[in-house]
Design a binder for this molecule. Structure first.
Ligand code: AOF
Ligand code: ZN
Length: 332
């Protein structure tokens, strides 16, 4: 199952609205005869991918898969039938399929005489698919708000300069996190003030082969020469969401198949996300630097007294270079 989970976690696949799934086929004597993983909506499911790799060796095999095999015809056919047709005798899966359209695979396989057991490494499989699971429950994307701030909570100096608040290790760490999301969201002000490219780059500054969607929210026009509008290989066309309504913007992204929005917008967008109560995770890099003045990381939240402070729960604190990365989860 560990191997199936690593296959499922293969970086860079454009999943669209689909989960990360990996599958390993084992012969009766425990030898790996096929491996596969899902590469995104419309492409073969992990089980079918592994069956294709195994060919005739799948007969009599055990399928180890990170999600209960599906029992429906969606963009592709039911994996239950593919497993049965290939002669698979046993299925060990991690999480059950929470998607009502596709669920029921375990029961169908059992009824056809296959030995099925579920729940192995379930927590790991769920963690890998937290954005997909969030989407099934809430019908909107999972939202990570990322910020980098000085010890005194400033994200830019008084003259507006904000480059290099956080250190190089944090910036690389941010690119790693961006790559895990499928969408980057900023407000129009960030484009007008910072003119970011919003791509995901590796440690050498080279863009990764698959890029998240770049989305900009707000009513103002974007300058035709804005860097965010420049085409980038592997990146979908930048989406300008001409609205100030956070819920409407997230609904449009969800309908476009987006499941994890990584927000690096400025203080106005950040405050709008809190106002709309859609922040699902906060990643904050605190840099050992004082500015004493300058832009706050988040605009007015309407908090006038300490009792009303927003106090998310601390999930993790890790030193990254000279910075400290906080991972927090709002209490709802
Ligand atoms: C996947 N990949 O490897 C497995 C999935 O209509 P489709 O073909 O895109 O089916 C999507 C559903 O199939 C998905 O929501 C999940 O419930 C189930 N299993 N899906 O995308 C896979 N095994
Ligand atoms: Zn399937």
């Amino acid at each position: 199952m560990d191997r199936a989970l690593s296959l499922a976690a293969t970086p860079g696949v454009p999943l669209g609205p689909n989960p990360r799934v990996g599958c390993v086929l084992l012969s009766a004597d425990g030898e790996v005869v096929g491996e596969g993983y899902h590469r995104g909506a419309g492409t073969p499911h992990a089980e079918v991918d592994a069956l294709a790799a195994a060919g005739a060796a799948a007969s009599g095999a055990t399928a180890v898969v990170t999600l209960e095999p599906c029992d429906h015809t969606g963009r592709t056919g039911p994996c239950t039938q593919a497993l049965l047709a290939a002669g698979v005798r046993r299925v060990v899966h991690a999480m059950s399929d929470p998607n009502p359209l596709a669920a029921g695979g375990a029961a169908t396989l059992r009824a056809a005489g296959v030995e099925v057991s579920g729940g192995l490494a379930e927590a790991e499989a769920r963690a890998l698919n937290r954005a997909w699971l969030h989407g099934l429950t809430h019908a909107r994307p999972f939202v990570t708000w990322k910020l980098a701030a000085t010890l005194d909570g400033r994200s830019a100096a008084a003259d507006g300069t904000s480059r290099w608040v956080s250190g190089p290790e944090s910036r690389l760490d941010t690119h790693r996190l961006r790559a895990e999301a499928d969408t980057m969201l900023v407000g129009t002000s960030t484009i007008l003030v910072d003119d970011p490219l919003l791509t995901v780059r590796d440690a050498h500054g080279a863009p990764l082969p698959h890029q998240p969607l770049r989305a900009v929210m707000g009513l103002r026009d974007l300058p035709a020469d804005a860097r965010v509008l420049q085409p980038v290989p592997g990146a979908p066309d930048t989406l300008h969401l001409r609205t100030r309504d956070v819920h409407g913007a997230l609904a449009a992204l969800y309908d476009a198949g987006r499941r994890h929005v990584f927000c690096e917008g400025g203080p106005t967008l950040a405050a709008a996300l809190w106002e709309a109560d859609v922040v699902d995770e906060v990643v904050c890099y605190t840099a050992p630097m004082l500015l004493g003045a300058g832009r706050s990381a988040v605009a007015d939240l309407g908090v006038t007294t300490i009792a009303d402070a927003v106090r998310p729960e601390v999930v993790d604190v890790t030193r990254v270079g000279d910075d400290v990365r906080w991972t927090l989860r709002p209490r709802r």
